[in-house]
Design a protein around this ligand. Sequence first.
Ligand code: PMP
Length: 437
Amino acid sequence: STGKPDINREKSAELYAKAKTFFPGGVNSPVRAFKSVYGTPLFIKRGDGCHLWDADDNQFVDFCCSWGPLILGHNNAKVREKVIEVMQNGMSFGAPTALENELAELIIKNNKFIEKIRFVSSGTEAVMSAIRLARGYTKRDKILKFEGCYHGHTDSLLVKAGSGLVTFGETSSAGVPKSFADETIVVALNDREAVQKAFEEFKDQIAAIIIEPVPANNGLILQEKEYLQYLREICTQNGTLLIFDEVISGFRIGFEGAAGYYQIKPDILTYGKIIGGGLPVGAYGASAEIMSNVSPDGGVYQAGTLSGNPVAMAAGIAQLSELLRMGFYRDLNNKTEEFTEAIQRFATARNYKFKVFTIGSIFWFAFTDKEAIRNADDIDASSMEKFKKLHRELLNRGVYLGPSGYEVGFISSAHTKIDLEKAKRAIFDSLEVVFRE
Ligand code: PMP
């Protein structure tokens, strides 16, 4: 097959021109601008099940799923009906409601890793609060993060590594004071020696290690269980808290997220995305003892006008209730495995330099011949040109992937066998075009 002609983007282009007069880059979150793929974004009009429709009425099988929250697909009837029911009573009170209890109980009863939880409105807020809690609890300032792990746009976490084993933060964003970044130690993933060195150099100063236990923001850089266990142990030995940022992996790899998958108990967990059923919800949780440090019980201040918003809680309750049904994750994960294995078989049979990495219902297309990718340096930046081409071919064949080769794809319970079969054929044809040159 050959490259397909581009889809009609007339209305999206018009809307984008207008949006650029309102928003920096025409968007309210940068990756949406399609900068590293086509160059101009699609404007979305509607979603239903696993499908999306853009402003020009092009239809796509969606593997972005709003970047992860929509594990039941778009416009799920149970979530929608619960939201509408709760909205009849008003949308925000700034006072406690029974709905907060209901969502908290649903989570805590089915997740042995947390005893108390606090709801916030985004993943960024959850992580920001977890970091403050770790610092307040340990009375230490420094945090250790990993190159290639994204934890939202909190100042002290917008830091990347330079070269060397242990590097002091070099900020990834203008507007982050050097002095903030200096409190952040960045090391490569899968490198025990670097972590060891950091603990030697900054003895009794590291409040927390924060990691995405399933690193999924810079490709899918799966870690070995032994490495995560090593982090658990070194934290315990040093009086440092281990924070699992489960904004993506929480309720995705299983109801108990990566902590449950690997059976490793972190000290603080952060959630976002799935927990709000597509509405803005984040959360952080820990033992009752650690959480007792949060205001008004303790001295770590954290608040929110819309925290625990009833409409958002309703969406979360409806969505998480579905996830607790017998066999939900087994079916979703099996479906994903079948899909990704078929794509890998196709690529391998043709000797394409292409790997599908996957865990649970997350997958990542990598233009590599490496058997495993364990840290950010293992990713070949020049391969992103191939992703750009693949992305365009896929859009032209009715398949929507997140618009960056560093982003993972998600499969929802709404992706039927027939949809996945169609998508697979589009992926095969697109790969043939990409690898022809
Ligand atoms: N942590 C992780 C692991 C994430 O993937 C994200 C978002 N992609 C965040 C934090 C930030 O969440 P939000 O975009 O909801 O602020």
